[in-house]
Design a protein around this ligand. Structure first.
Ligand code: NAP
Length: 276
């Protein structure tokens, strides 16, 4: 392990992403697994976080508060729930930590609250940490620029496992925002999130969203550009949560050397400066 490897704490270590994050940090020679946190009052407090992740004993007992491990970590990785994430961000701002946030489903008020930390703490916030999805966002910019105003209808279709609590997925919304941004539209005005009954034909400028929830689907997203005579589908399929976890660890290493600011995975992957 390199001597300047950032010490990483993972919140929500008993969750689906938490367990994958423990494995991803363990596999990364340039990151050091320092602490794991479970929900306050959880019966899993004190459990070995390696055993929770199915990796065998690592000798790191789960804490149930950030305060109790405040001296042990440099970067927090948080894939939990919006309210918990915002409380953790406040703690990290006060204690000079860095943060990687994968939590989705934040309301407009919660997003504004999160944004308020951009001058106080270095943090990466992205609804999808996979390299492939972030490359897909760039491909969507190119497609939208070429096709969007030429009579192509745009629809975003996503599928996830039966346990997912927010819809449409943060990634689907991000994909829609990217396309809308290129075309000078906004999802508030042009996003269509429900069609039922006699809803009439689609308008040319709307961007439709469709959501599937079933079984153990890790995450699939398609953006469809369709016109008379042809359609283009840009699809990303995740087959393992490790793709998100590895991206998050990469983001943690990257943000450990950055000044205060709000960053996303496009920054981490160096995709921000490229043309579309
Ligand atoms: P999950 O299995 O339900 O895990 C969430 C975990 O957060 C649970 O272990 C929960 O603990 C814990 N938690 C909630 N409040 C907490 C608190 N105050 N302190 C500590 N831990 C707390 O959900 P998941 O599938 O891992 O997904 C978590 C989030 O990540 C979701 O928003 C999901 O959409 C997002 N996600 C993002 C990406 C990305 O690439 N950005 C990828 C996948 C998922 P309890 O069980 O004790 O409540």
């Amino acid at each position: 392990m390199s001597s300047n490897a950032p010490r990483i704490a993972i919140v929500g270590v008993a969750g689906r992403m938490g367990r994958n994050l423990v494995a991803a940090v363990e596999q990364d020679a340039q990151a050091q697994l320092a602490a794991g946190i479970v929900t306050p009052g959880s019966s899993l407090k004190g459990a070995d976080i390696g055993e929770l992740a199915g990796l065998g004993r690592l000798g790191i007992p789960a804490a149930d508060s950030l305060a109790s491990v405040a001296d042990e970590f440099d970067v927090l990785i948080d894939f939990t729930m919006p309210r918990a994430t915002l409380d953790n961000l406040a703690f990290c701002a006060e204690h000079g930590k860095r943060v990687v946030i994968g939590t989705t489903g934040l309301s407009d008020d919660e997003l504004a609250e999160l944004d308020g930390y951009r001058d106080r703490v270095p943090f990466v916030f992205a609804p999808n940490m996979s390299v492939g999805v972030n490359l897909t966002l760039r491909l969507l910019e190119t497609a939208a620029r070429a096709l969007g105003d030429e009579g192509y209808d745009i629809e975003v279709i996503e599928a996830h496992h039966r346990h997912k609590v927010d819809a449409p997925s943060g990634t689907a919304l991000r994909m829609g925002e990217v396309v809308a941004g290129v075309l000078g539209r906004s999802l508030k005005e042009h996003g269509v999130f429900e069609r039922v009954g006699q809803c009439g034909p689609r308008s040319a400028s709307e961007i439709g969203f469709a959501t599937l929830r079933a079984g153990d689907i890790v995450g699939e997203h398609t953006v469809l550009f369709a016109t008379e005579g042809e359609r283009i589908e840009i699809t990303h399929k995740a087959s393992s949560r490790m793709t998100f976890a590895k991206g998050a660890v990469r983001a943690a290493r990257w943000v450990s050397e950055r000044p205060a600011g709000r960053y996303d995975m496009q920054d981490v992957l160096g995709l921000t400066e490229q043309g579309g």
